[in-house]
Ligand binder design. Sequence first.
Ligand code: NI
Length: 268
Amino acid sequence: MTTEQLFGKLWDEYTNRTPSAKKVKELFEAQGNTIFNDHVAFRTFEDSRVNIDVLAETFINNGYEYKGDYHFSKKKLYAKHFEHKTDKDAPLVFISQLLTSEFSVELQSIIKNTLDTVDYASVPNNELIFKGRLWHTPSYKTYMRLLEESEYAAWLYVNGFCSNHFTVDINKLETFSSITDVNSFLKAHGFEMNASGGEIKGTAEEFLEQSSILADKIEVTFEEGIYEITSCYYEFAYRHVMQNGELFKGFIANSADKIFESTDMVLQ
Ligand code: NI
């Protein structure tokens, strides 16, 4: 699979669960823009069977290399980012994991028992990111229990392994020159922004400004019935030139911390 085919497959799967992303992309294109992705993000659990390094295999096999890591102490998350070695138009890849061992014994046992039900022999590591929820029909009671401790854990328990968000590279848009213009355009078309920590996360001084629309909601079948749950969201990133004349290529932990909240049920 080429890198383009890989992200094409991920995009198709992602827009099935995130129709807003498809609508936004079409709106940008109707203005005369070609869309490039700044980065694509994935979520997982700290468990040797499915951790960041396991999910990253898909990208390492496709010419990516590790570039940096990030700590989110309050949300108890850890993340790594990967960059394609040669293809400058390939999106960055951001993979985070829940530091399960830092949560209650009950949460740890829910996650372990859930992951134990998966037949890993039938799913090669490099296919994991396409598989969504590999375990049984979720329990709404368990979902609510996880939500008490971690929105991220609850989201992952229901959504499984998938692209959590794609991110429009604002620098490469032809008809927009700032993140403020992009946000105004989105709001004018009725999209709701994640306002946690302000609509724009990060500053020109940090070389990265980011915003996102709130996650779509989809109907999910639970053991107890059907409930509407947050799926995924679309993000927008504008990168600034550093003193050395190159665009900043990393991430800002404080900003990513707030972007995570785009799937928060209480923001909806
Ligand atoms: Ni992101």
